[in-house]
Structures are given as structure tokens and as C-alpha cells.
Design a protein around this ligand. Sequence first.
Ligand code: DGL
Length: 265
Amino acid sequence: MNPIGIFDSGIGGLTVAHAVKKVLPNESIVYFGDTAHLPYGDKSTAAIQSYAVKICDLLIKQNCKVILIACNSASAAAYELAKEYVGSKAKVMNVIDPVVAYIGEKYPNKTVGLIGTQKTVNSNVYQKKIDRLGKGIQLKSLATKLLAPMIEEGFCNNNISQSIIYNYLSDVQLQSIEALILGCTHYPLIKKDIELYYNGAIDVIDASNIVAEDLKKYLQQNQLESVESKVEHKFFVSDYTKSFAESTKLFFREEVNLQYYPLWE
Ligand code: DGL
């Protein structure tokens, strides 16, 4: 059966890949982390779109039936273009639409917060999609620029990460919210710190499971589910360093064989 293609600016999208593996254990995954161009959060839309097209080429070559953009910044900047570009060769999905649908169901007429990269927040993509639902949901967004690099550096669940997180979450922009969307695929790694700050007062929404369940629904509805028990996962990166290899384990929660795949030579 054809694999599920998943890509991100780096290794953050492995939080989504991990959820996909758990929810869909019979599916093989081809993961691509564009570590040569990390971070996407401060790149231009045109740059992210050009990377996305190249990555889609690779994932189509790998016969992926679905290409899941496991990065909010790339979902904001390149989803529509990637969908057009890939056409009928594969189904292109993003990490924003399933979360917006979830928010629409669970929080009508409520105030919801969003944290993410500058690219995601400034694109207003969540705001536009939530407004389109017409459910009276007020969104309060804050770009939390330091968080993805901080997590990449391995600062999670310690004093330093806590004080940076607390600083952002106490921003006036995020007050009086009833739920907080973790709008970056790196953030599940600091979910505990965030929950500690709120101490159960609000819901902290980790997109990875919502996205994996949405993918499962799509595969079921289109009879595309794999029934094979033998799966093979492949992990490619556009720039290889030892630190990426080490962090990979942190994000995917198990040892993986990271392969260097130079898309830009
Ligand atoms: N994982 C990316 C996202 O979900 C953020 C990291 C980056 O800036 O590349 O937006």
C-alpha cells in the first residue's frame, strides 16, 4: 500500500508523525524534514512555497497517497499552492483545517487563544478560517517567536523554558481565553509547561491527535486504509547534523534512522 508523506521545516512535524503512527499503525510513513531551510517561521511566503513544491515532488516520487503538511507555517503559506501543484497525484492535507473544525464544534461563542510562529500568526489564516465558520468565536493570537528555536535547542520542561513560556502566556493579548491552540508542531513538547501555567483553568489544544484522527477519517471514507501489518517508515532531512539525529528521538519518541536527502543539489 502507498505510504503517507509528511513534511515539516525540520523535526517538529515528527510530533504529528508520531500521532499518525499511533492512530494508523498499518500505514507506512515517508517523513521529510527541510532542516536546510529551518526555521520556516520567519521565511517569506514565496520561499516556503518553492520549498514545498520540491518536497511534494519527492513525496510523489515515493508514491505517497497523502501529503500531510505537518507544519503550521507551511500550511499557512503553501497549502493552496501545493494542492494545485499536486493535483490528482495525491491528497494534500494541512494541520490547520482539522483544528479549526474542532474549535468550531467545541467552542462556539467562546474566546480562544492561538500561539504560533510569526508566519502563522501574521498570515491570519486561523482567523480567516474561524471567521468563515460563523460561530461567533473570538480568536486572540500571539506570535511566540522564541519557542520553536528554544525547543530545537532542547530547552523543554526546565526553568529556562518555563520562564520564556510564562512570559509569553502572561501577555495581555492572551488574557480571558477558554482554550489555547498550540499552532506550531513543535509545541506538543512544551505542552506540560503550558498546562502547568494554566493549572487546568483552560484547555490546551495539541493538534497532532486531531490531525491524525482527521487523516484516519479521510483514509476510511476513501477506502485508502492500509491493511498490511508490515510497515516501513523512512525519514529524510535536507541537512544532516548529529544534533538533528539526537532531537529526532525526542520528537518521535523512538529511535529512527535519519537519512540525508539533498533536494537542492
Ligand atoms: N513546525 C513549524 C510550524 O508548525 C515551526 C518551526 C519553524 O519555524 O520552522 O509552524
